[in-house]
Design a protein around this ligand. Structure first.
Ligand SMILES: NC(=O)c1ccc[n+]([C@@H]2O[C@H](COP(=O)([O-])OP(=O)(O)OC[C@H]3O[C@@H](n4cnc5c(N)ncnc54)[C@H](OP(=O)(O)O)[C@@H]3O)[C@@H](O)[C@H]2O)c1
Length: 279
């Protein structure tokens, strides 16, 4: 792993100093990755600008997305993201989870990727405790129809209860099934669906400040459109797939493209690991 941006005197020196912390073309420790991807310290939010939408969950709440894309913009291959990922990408995926209070994910990704509960990792236990976090992030599944298999371990045996974000008009029998399985149902919309900004606010009300969404594209597109996405961690994999795969964010396009700025760029084996923050 090498840091390509920002390059400081320290990271430039580390490129040529074997084993030096902060850079160099070698595998980074999980602690180094965690430092590279630390959530920003909370600071008071300025008044939201009109074209930035209604804002997120209030001061101190940070919504980050983590997605992987091929060179030609595919967000999946054969219906999954694993074929376009890499070992380094999975290390960053795990690190981002370990930093988060909650992982927000669309129901289709849960169904297609066979989501399991987050697992506790000894390497991150002390840091999570020091940050006042539980042993793992809660998984929050966004669904309108609640056509989910509530007998799966994701719902029946997570270390912290799985959340189900849905709308007030969600089918009552499915809400009951989710709750019977042990999930916590959170209403964040007046109809069957979830309002993205309300979802962020509802998670903040539950004490979740460091939010991570792992997509999928239909859910991410709504966070983008609602103007509540603060950061995109995007892996670009050196692959071309052609075909008609989804891009990382879908749905109707926004009226004015949202501007993000590059915060950091890492590289390993031709994979680029970027962090873009909302301007
Ligand atoms: N490249 C990557 O980084 C990446 C990341 C994640 C996923 N993926 C891939 O993306 C594909 C799945 O993504 P997707 O975009 O099709 O689906 P998705 O965003 O994961 O899930 C869509 C589902 O989420 C629920 N949903 C979304 N918005 C909602 C709202 N506002 N209110 C209530 N429910 C809402 C609905 O569930 P119900 O139908 O239950 O109502 C909807 O069908 C898979 O192939 C996966 O492998 C790739």
């Amino acid at each position: 792993m090498r840091r390509l941006f920002p390059v400081t005197d320290q990271t430039a020196a580390a490129e040529t100093t074997e084993g030096a912390p902060g850079g160099g073309d070698r595998e980074w420790s999980l602690a180094e990755l965690a430092a590279a991807y630390a959530y920003p310290e909370p600071e008071p939010e300025p008044e939201p600008e009109p074209d930035h939408g209604p804002g997120g969950g209030g001061p101190g709440v940070w919504l980050r997305a983590n997605m992987v894309s091929t060179l030609d913009g595919a967000a999946q291959h054969d219906g999954r993201s694993q074929p376009i990922s890499s070992a380094a990408d999975m290390r960053i995926f795990g690190t981002l989870r370990a930093l988060a209070d909650v992982v927000v994910v669309g129901a289709e990704t849960v169904r297609q990727e066979g989501y399991r509960p987050a697992r506790a990792r000894a390497e991150f236990a002390a840091a999570r405790q020091a940050a006042g976090q539980g042993p793992v992030p809660a998984i929050a599944v966004v669904s309108a129809g609640l056509g989910l298999d509530f007998s799966l371990p994701l719902f029946t045996s997570p270390l912290v209860p799985t959340l189900v974000l849905t709308g007030a008009a969600a089918p009552a029998d499915r809400v009951a099934a989710a709750e019977r399985a042990g999930a916590r149902v959170v209403v964040a919309g007046d109809g069957p669906g979830v309002d993205p900004a309300r979802a962020v606010a509802a998670l903040a009300t539950l004490g979740h400040r460091r939010l991570l969404t792992e997509g999928g594209p239909r859910l991410l597109g709504q966070f983008v459109a609602a103007g509540v996405l603060d950061e995109l961690c995007l892996t670009v994999s050196p692959l071309l797939t052609a075909g008609d795969a989804q891009r990382i964010a879908g749905g109707p396009s926004v009226a004015v493209p949202r501007r993000f700025e590059l915060a950091s760029l890492l590289e390993e084996e031709g994979f680029l690991f970027s962090r873009y923050r909302r301007v």
